[in-house]
Write a protein that binds this ligand. Structure first.
Ligand code: PEP
Length: 251
């Protein structure tokens, strides 16, 4: 049985004060949640303040990105060691916005994954095709290449610690959502790739989240799919009531 995992990616939103207010509400609603795993990904500037609020709860803390080096002359970057120091357990890597606006590559994501894992951080590795690629019938080819390149060289012990997030780029922040069938098809395809490379035993227990315009109205149907193990939520996670409804999709 795979425990569903829900992440709230706040992206470049919320000042420290707003983050504190939001996470206090989140803690009240979800602080002792056990049935699923919940993680919140505030901007770097709010990590420490959010950590102080959730440290005695079951809500986990994550960052939206990191660099792979420990320290040094890398102006503007944040290391995995710094994330641990700030209380993070998770880190989102390879988000499509980072690929699109900041030139992130699969090879770079691969280095980041290895650095995160070496310190015990759980990477949430994002993959997903663009609309152009889907319309050209290349969705599977693109996602397969991302999965293989991002995870290249990882051993069994490392692979089982990852969370994969399938986020079709055309569904992120657009209000367009993959149908439960489309999402299931790709999740099952991704699990197949993982199983082929690392074996069925480990990969049948790996969690694959769906991401892309997830809302309280569409989560239930997505979660009925056998290979969808939770969601990475952007826009709807900024409104705590919505995020709580998504996490409590069964109620
Ligand atoms: C995301 O940023 O990971 C995401 C899925 O965004 P949204 O839910 O807003 O589409």
């Amino acid at each position: 049985m795979r425990k569903p995992v829900f992440g709230g990616n706040w992206k470049m939103n919320k000042m420290v004060k707003e983050s504190i207010e939001a996470v206090k509400q989140l803690k009240e609603e979800l602080g002792d949640v056990e049935r699923v795993e919940v993680a919140i990904f505030p901007p770097f500037t709010s990590l420490w303040a959010v950590k102080k609020i959730i440290e005695d709860s079951r809500i986990g803390l994550g960052a939206q990105n990191m660099y792979w080096e420990e320290k040094g002359a890398y102006t503007g970057e944040v290391s995995p060691h710094m994330l641990l120091d700030a209380g993070c357990k998770y880190v989102i890597l390879g988000h499509s916005e980072r690929r699109q606006y900041f030139g992130e590559t699969d090879a770079g994501v691969n280095r980041k994954i290895k650095a995160a894992l070496s310190l015990g951080l759980t990477p949430v590795v994002c993959v997903g095709e663009s609309l152009k690629e889907r319309e050209a019938g290349r969705a599977e080819e693109v996602v397969e290449s991302q999965v293989k390149k991002c995870l290249e060289g990882l051993d069994l012990q490392q692979i089982k610690k990852l969370i994969i997030a399938y986020e079709p780029v055309w569904a992120i922040g657009t209000g367009k959502i993959a149908t439960p069938h489309q999402a299931q098809e790709m999740h099952s395809f991704i699990r197949g790739i993982l199983e082929e490379l690392w074996g069925k035993k480990i990969c049948s227990s790996m969690r694959i989240q769906y991401g892309g315009s997830v809302k309280p109205e569409n989560i239930k149907e997505l979660m009925k799919q056998p290979d969808i193990d939770g969601a990475l939520v952007g826009g709807a996670s900024l409104i705590i009531n919505s995020f709580v409804k998504i996490v409590k999709y069964e109620e």
